[in-house]
Structures are given as structure tokens and as C-alpha cells.
Ligand binder design. Structure first.
Ligand SMILES: Nc1ncnc2c1ncn2[C@@H]1O[C@H](COP(=O)(O)OP(=O)(O)OP(=O)(O)O)[C@@H](O)[C@H]1O
Length: 498
């Protein structure tokens, strides 16, 4: 399997050119080569001037000619601006996972600012599992490199993200998705939905996709986009449920420099990014009321006003939205605008749960197993796995409340944990998540070094977001919920951790 190194270019890397030292990135590349596992591709993010990055890449190319090295310039208003670093790094990793679906990823944590390191840790522990390496300079000026273990479980605390880790483990499967042909499903219910989606794809109308979690709503949204006349433009996926209420408006509609403390530069929101392409609003039922109103207007007029701006902006986006919630109930309880619902649901798809898809479940299980077999094929002493008859029976008998995502994750886990080539019903049974189990944030043993501050930061972020979600963005209520004295204290926590 080929190897890809991802890293920011840091100050010590740039200095290495003139000081004839090594610098963290080169040290990592030399180390990998010395142990016989060299990197094939190197992808560098750089917020220094472009000419510095170019100079560095050509220097590095001479030192490590066997690797293909690329650098992407990332413009940040500040190298510690979490709100810019996070989406930039996330976007690059997403692009890379499409370009290099078969590579093994390593992220270099050392180059760059502590904020950049923290963002890597967060992404690696939630959405993009990768090996982490770090390097340090000893007193005798020698760069040392080692693999870092991150022995804590952010994923267990972040349910939403946890599912993405499992999805990512199956990146090979996802990489192949994106067209209707690749959507697995021979059952009548699925065929009907695929046919409807095919028809609606070429009409430039809003589409609402309903279905339980893990039923393939995003997969359908991508296929619709890829079959539309917007296919050569951006598909911008947004999870409305994961956006902190305070930041949601700016993330969606953008802001002007100075619109709020921390707005160091003008920022294009997701609506602007989707200009010419498709905006996919997942979990649209979670949008706060104020933003529902703004969304309705943006849909009707294709115009919106970024935060702190006096001028309207226009964007020619196509909207696909999705939710696992019962929107009718939300409308009845006044939580979701009825007029918005009718605007979103011009084309409407209802994806059936896995348990209602008959034999599709076996097809999906086979596909997942063959992808996992491929993914693990070049690991030492790996034997290709296959299901026993009892395993198939077990798979068919389960309700799979997490649907395809849960099925995929269970098979993946069973493959990792079982030692035999034959996967039995028992192997699958022990690999299912016990839904009663509470996540354990505190490991019982601490055998490896860890970064306690980073863990504490993640815990704080998680609870801050959760409190705001629970109180529908009411800061005072959120502060109370968290045992903080006032909304000002809450603001301070936000400033510190976001
Ligand atoms: N028909 C399908 N064939 C193959 N794989 C599928 C299919 N539908 C979904 N998947 C896989 O199942 C997983 C979940 O799909 P997806 O993220 O689209 O679900 P979702 O309904 O959007 O979930 P959520 O509501 O939780 O965001 C992904 O790994 C996806 O690739």
C-alpha cells in the first residue's frame, strides 16, 4: 500500500534551507526511508507566502527525489485562527481522501502552530484516522522522529464523529460511490427511490431526502449532484446538526471582517462556496429558527446578506437537504417552518431502513467484506475473510438501527478482531456496539504519553456545543446548564476553545 504524508510547512522547515539543517518534514521523510517504508506522496499545507512554499518544495524535491511532493497555499488571517484552520485542514483531507483512496495516511503533528497540531489531533481522532508522527530537536541539534499514539477516545464522546471514523475506515467503499450505478440495492423499494432520484437529478429543483441515520442520504445527494448539469462544480456538504448555533449563520452565509470578535477577515459561507454547484444541508431539521427564515429567503431569491455586511450577495446554488427527523412533528410543534418545508420538498425521496430492503442486506455485507479484504490485504499474515452461513443468517436477522453504517462498522470490527478466515455469527455478535454502554473517556491504563490539555479542550468543546444545542442557542441557559456564572463566562470559554 502506498504512503502519503500530510503536514503543514513550519518555520523550522523553511529555516532548514538556509541553515543546512533537516527540519521536521525532511526528518520524517528520511526516517521513513531509513526503516524501509518511504513515503510515495507528500502533501504540504502552507500559510507562508507562496514563493516560500515553492522554494521549500523544490529544495525538498532535491533531497527526496523518489517522493511526489505538492504544496497547497492556505491563506489564514492568523496561524492560530482555529475557525479557519479547522475547515481548511478538513477540506484538504477530504480532497486527499478522494484523490488517494488507497494510500495509507500519516499526519505530521509537529510543524506549524499548536492550533494546527490541535486540529490535526481532532481530525485524526474523529473523521480521518491516520498514523501520527512528531519530531523534535535534541540538544545536539539532531531531529528525532517517532510515531505518536493518541490513547484517548474523543470519538466515544462525539457520537456524530464516531460514525464518520467508521465510514472512513471504509473509505474505499465511499470512494467508489457518487453515481447511481454504485448505489447497491436490488430491492423494489430501493429501485423506486433510485429511479425517482435519477429523474429529479436533471431538474434543477430542491430535493429533500428523508431516512433514518445511515440509510445513504448523503450517497444519494452526491449521486444526484453528479447526474445533474452542475456536476462539474462544487458539491458542498454541510452537517447542520454539528454547527455551533453561534457560528452557524456565519458558516452558512459568511461574514465581513469585524462582524464579531474573532472575524479577522472576510469569510465566504457555504452558500457562496456552492455557487454554480450543489449545497447539501444534512440534518436540516436542526437549523435554528432564525436561520430557517434566512434559508427560506435564500431559496426564494438566491440572495442573502453575510453577517456584518450591508450588501446582499447572490449565489446560484441547488439545494439538497436531508433529515432523519420527522419533519411533520417538528412543524406541528412549531420548531420547523411549514413554508420552508414546502420549499425544500419539491423533489422528495424516502430512503427505507436497511431492515426493509430484503436481500440487499446480503449484497451490502458482501460488498463491505470484499472492500475490507482489499484494504487489509497487504497487512502481515492477513487472511481473506468470508462469512459462514450462520453469519449470513445473523446479519439478516438483525434490526440494524444504524443501518448501512452500522452494518459496515460491525463487519469491519469483526474482521479486525477475529483471527479465523471464516467470520462466524459469534464474531459479528461481539462486534456489534452495545447501545447500553456509556462511552469511557477515561482510560484505565496510561502506558503511552498523552496530551492532557488537548483532551480537556475536546471535552470543553463538546460540552459547550452540546449545551448550546440543548438550549437552542440561549447562552444564559447554556451557561447555567454548564454550571457557569453568566453568559459572559460562557463567551470566555468559547473564545478559549474555539
Ligand atoms: N446503497 C448503498 N450502497 C453502498 N453503500 C452505501 C449505500 N448507502 C449508504 N452506503 C454507505 O453507508 C454509509 C452511510 O451513508 P450516508 O452517510 O450516505 O448515510 P446518511 O443517511 O447520510 O447518514 P446520516 O443521516 O447519519 O448522516 C456510508 O459509508 C455509505 O457509503
Amino acid at each position: 500500500m502506498k504512503k502519503l504524508l500530510v503536514s503543514w510547512i513550519g518555520n523550522h522547515d523553511l529555516k532548514a534551507i538556509d541553515q543546512s539543517t533537516t527540519g521536521p518534514v525532511l526528518a520524517a521523510l528520511e526516517h521513513a526511508k531509513s526503516i524501509g517504508r518511504p513515503f510515495d506522496n507528500v502533501y504540504l499545507l502552507c500559510n507562508y507566502p507562496k514563493k516560500d512554499a515553492e522554494k521549500y518544495v523544490s529544495w525538498l524535491n532535491k533531497k527526496v527525489p523518489q517522493a511526489k511532493i505538492e504544496a497547497e497555499h492556505i491563506s489564514l488571517s492568523s496561524p492560530t485562527a482555529y475557525e479557519e484552520i479547522y475547515p481548511a485542514a478538513l477540506k484538504q483531507l477530504k480532497l486527499l481522501s478522494k484523490r488517494f483512496p488507497d494510500h495509507r495516511y500519516s499526519v505530521h503533528l509537529s510543524p506549524g502552530t499548536p492550533a494546527m497540531t490541535a486540529v490535526w489531533v481532532l481530525l485524526v481522532k474523529t473523521q480521518f484516522p491516520a498514523a501520527c508522527i512528531e519530531s523534535w530537536l535534541s540538544k545536539d541539534n539532531i531531529q528525532h522522529v517517532r510515531q505518536v499514539e493518541l490513547p484517548f477516545k474523543i470519538d466515544a464522546q462525539f457520537q456524530k464523529s464516531q460514525k464518520k471514523i467508521r465510514d472512513q475506515s471504509l473509505s474505499k467503499i465511499d470512494a467508489d460511490l457518487g453515481s447511481f450505478a454504485s448505489i447497491i440495492g436490488n430491492s423494489e423499494v430501493m429501485k423506486q427511490q433510485v429511479e425517482k432520484a435519477n429523474r429529479v437529478a436533471v431538474r434543477d429543483v430542491p430535493v429533500l431526502i428523508l431516512g433514518e441515520t445511515g440509510t445513504g442520504k448523503e450517497v444519494f445527494a452526491r449521486a444526484i449532484h453528479n447526474n445533474s448539469n452542475r456536476k462539474n462544480k462544487q458539491f458542498v456538504p454541510v452537517n447542520c446538526g454539528a454547527m455551533p448555533h453561534d457560528l452557524a449563520e456565519s458558516l452558512l452565509f459568511g461574514h465581513k471582517k469585524g462582524a464579531f470578535s474573532g472575524a479577522h477577515a472576510d469569510h465566504d459561507g457555504f452558500f457562496a462556496q456552492a455557487d454554480g454547484g450543489t449545497l447539501f444541508l444534512d440534518e436540516v431539521g436542526e437549523l435554528p429558527q432564525l436561520l430557517q427564515t434566512k434559508l427560506l429567503r435564500a431559496l426564494q431569491e438566491k440572495k442573502f446578506t453575510p453577517l456584518g455586511d450591508s450588501k446582499e450577495r447572490s449565489s446560484d446554488f441547488r439545494l439538497i437537504s436531508a433529515t432523519h427527523r420527522k419533519l411533520a412533528q417538528l412543524i406541528n410543534s412549531g420548531e420547523f417552518r411549514e413554508d420552508l418545508f414546502y420549499r425544500l420538498a419539491i423533489g422528495i425521496l424516502q430512503l427505507p431502513p436497511l431492515s426493509a430492503r430484503g436481500d440487499d442486506i446480503k449484497l451490502l455485507a458482501d460488498l463491505t467484506l470484499s472492500s475490507v479484504n482489499k484494504e487489509l490485504a497487504d497487512q502481515d499474515s492477513f487472511q481473506r475473510r468470508f462469512f459462514t452461513d450462520e453469519a449470513y443468517q445473523f446479519i439478516e436477522a438483525q434490526p440494524w438501527p444504524g443501518n448501512i453504517r452500522e452494518l459496515n462498522a460491525c463487519i469491519f470490527r469483526a474482521t479486525l478482531w477475529s483471527e479465523q478466515a471464516a467470520l462466524s455469527a459469534e464474531d459479528l455478535k461481539v462486534s456489534m456496539i452495545n447501545r447500553e454502554t456509556k462511552p469511557d473517556m477515561m482510560p484505565e491504563i496510561l502506558s503511552e504519553p498523552m496530551d492532557l490539555r488537548s483532551v480537556m479542550g475536546e471535552v470543553a468543546k463538546h460540552h459547550l456545543q452540546l449545551a448550546l444545542q440543548t438550549t437552542n442557542g440561549n447562552k444564559l441557559a447554556a451557561a447555567k446548564l454548564l454550571g457557569l456564572n453568566s453568559s459572559q463566562v460562557l463567551d470566555k470559554w468559547f473564545e478559549k476553545y474555539f
